[in-house]
Design a protein around this ligand. Structure first.
Ligand code: 5AD
Ligand code: SF4
Length: 481
């Protein structure tokens, strides 16, 4: 193995026109090595990518898979693979604990297949204490890289071939945005598109700004070009991704607003649906609401994390809006876009949360009537201001509030879902139904799922479906010719 590696010519001093070219050079080197291994073993090499966390991570994993496929790996769902990649999340502590648990399992697999490579990347790897712990207690891990140099995966992987020592390459930050690397989409007809990276908001509970770095927007021309290429390749729905899409465009040479970007994306012929996330209420402009109201392609959906209904807590959370200001935005959205579906994130048990604060949260949930809400138990993240705040709320109090909140949310969202029963609406068909043969599953523009009788040939098409019956969070419907 090592002998063959010596035969692959590597020119470390070679100059490249840009970083993309450099990475393709390393992909080719990896390809030669992988090809040789295949011949030796008489089979393809397999790779398994396991993704934790948010849409951004899932999209990053499509890029990692694109690189691996280019190199010649075959994708597998099984962790009994030649290469296993964990793309990690660290927003809440549970996510970290899960990774440590699974690493124990991977170490057993590696004992059976010593040539197996284990790579860890994503937000968790941006934390020094995590990397230190892995170096000390999980020495069988081969590669650690972070969120800023994900584009360098091929180069790092190449250096790890034939190398027994762990390779660690984590950057503290970057201003670089590397374009045009390969990517493999999970769905043929829909795709995420990064419009910006990082976050500048420093909400006091949140670790993201520390692990994803400062806000960097991509050039609008690069975004449009990527979407045009996706559409040419069969994509009809895109999800524009950023931690705070409403502040898109700041810092670019020619500054542009998110609303203006949407206007430009709308013009792309062949594109049918536009979604985006996440919106920070403090930066949500009237211009954006107007663009949404006028648009034929932007979906009737707004994910608008509120986090808490207590203006007192919102201030300590560093959210820069009050309960009243948030409700004002919701009113504007509902006035101008009558069928809009509003969803949110809520944290229960932020330090110092009193019963009165919590009741404000229940109250805002009732006033907004969210279509759905992700609820999170506050998790202490070391390094964030909230971690050292006094008055951490006892676990049993949090649990009781969490259950109460969930009940209110479920009642409201199931009542909301019933709103459209009897109507005929457009559905983008996504997949065959996993529970019942002969059914397919699709989404309404407001993101609600619909199951109905249909052939798998409909996947990727937008069709009209009569919504027969609401079942809590989804509909059963009938295809209308
Ligand atoms: N504890 C609990 N939830 C958190 N979130 C972010 N940080 C924390 C934390 N420390 C939630 C927020 C955010 C979502 C992505 O994760 O609600 O909107
Ligand atoms: Fe975290 Fe706040 Fe940035 Fe969202 S806006 S990623 S909650 S710091």
């Amino acid at each position: 193995m090592d002998k063959y590696l010596n035969e692959i010519k590597v020119d470390e001093n070679m100059e490249f026109e840009n970083e993309t070219k450099r990475q393709y050079y390393y992909m080719n080197l990896c390809k030669a090595y992988v090809h040789n291994q295949e011949q030796k073993l008489g089979r393809k090499l397999t790779a398994c990518i396991n993704t934790f966390g948010c849409q951004m991570n899932f999209h990053d994993s499509e890029k990692l898979l694109g690189i691996l496929k280019e190199i010649g790996y075959e994708e597998t769902e099984s962790e009994k693979a030649d290469l296993v990649v964990y793309n990690t999340c660290t927003v809440r502590e549970n996510a970290n604990l899960k990774i440590y648990g699974r690493l124990g399992y991977l170490s057993n697999l590696k004992k059976k297949n010593p040539d197996m490579k284990i790579a860890l990347c994503g937000c968790m790897m941006q934390e020094k204490h995590v990397v230190d712990k892995i170096k000390k207690s999980y020495r069988f891990v081969d590669i650690i890289f972070g969120t800023h140099n994900i584009f360098k995966f091929a180069e790092i992987l190449f250096h790890s071939f034939g190398e027994k020592k762990m390779i660690t390459d984590v950057w503290e930050g970057t201003t670089e945005v590397v374009e045009n690397l390969p990517s493999v989409r999970k769905y043929k007809f829909k795709s995420g598109v990064n419009i910006m990276y990082g976050c500048n908001n420093f909400c006091s509970y949140c670790i993201v700004p520390y692990v994803r770095g400062r806000e960097r927007s991509r050039e609008p021309e690069d975004i449009i070009k990527e979407i045009e290429e996706l559409v040419a390749d069969g994509v009809v729905e895109i999800m524009l991704l950023g931690q705070n899409v409403n502040s898109y465009g700041k810092g670019l040479k020619n500054e542009i607003s998110f609303a203006e970007l949407l206007r430009r994306v709308e013009k792309i012929e062949g594109l049918e649906r536009i979604r985006f996330m996440t919106s920070h209420p403090k930066d949500l402009s009237d211009e954006l609401i107007d663009v949404m109201a006028e648009s034929k392609k932007i979906c009737n959906q707004m994910h608008l994390p509120v986090q808490s209904g207590s203006s007192r807590l919102l201030k300590i959370m560093n959210r820069h809006y009050t309960k009243e200001a948030y409700l004002e935005i919701v009113k504007k959205l509902k006035d101008k876009i009558p069928d809009i579906s509003i969803t949110t994130d809520i944290i229960v048990g932020f330090p110092g949360e009193t019963e009165e604060d919590f009741e404000e949260t229940i109250d805002i949930v009732k006033q907004v009537e969210y279509d759905s809400a992700f609820t999170f138990i506050y998790s202490k993240r070391s390094g964030t201001p909230a971690a050292t705040m006094e008055n951490q709320v006892p676990e049993d109090v949090i649990k009781e509030r969490f259950d109460r909140l969930l009940k209110v949310i479920n009642e409201i969202s199931s009542k909301n879902t019933d709103k459209y029963t009897g109507q005929t609406m457009e559905v983008l068909v996504e997949e065959e139904n996993t529970h019942e043969e002969g059914l397919v599953t699709g989404r309404l523009t407001n993101n609600i799922l619909v199951h109905f009788k249909g052939e798998k040939e409909l996947i990727g098409k937008i069709v009209k479906v009569h919504l027969d019956e609401a079942k809590g969070f989804y509909y059963l419907g009938t295809l209308v010719d």
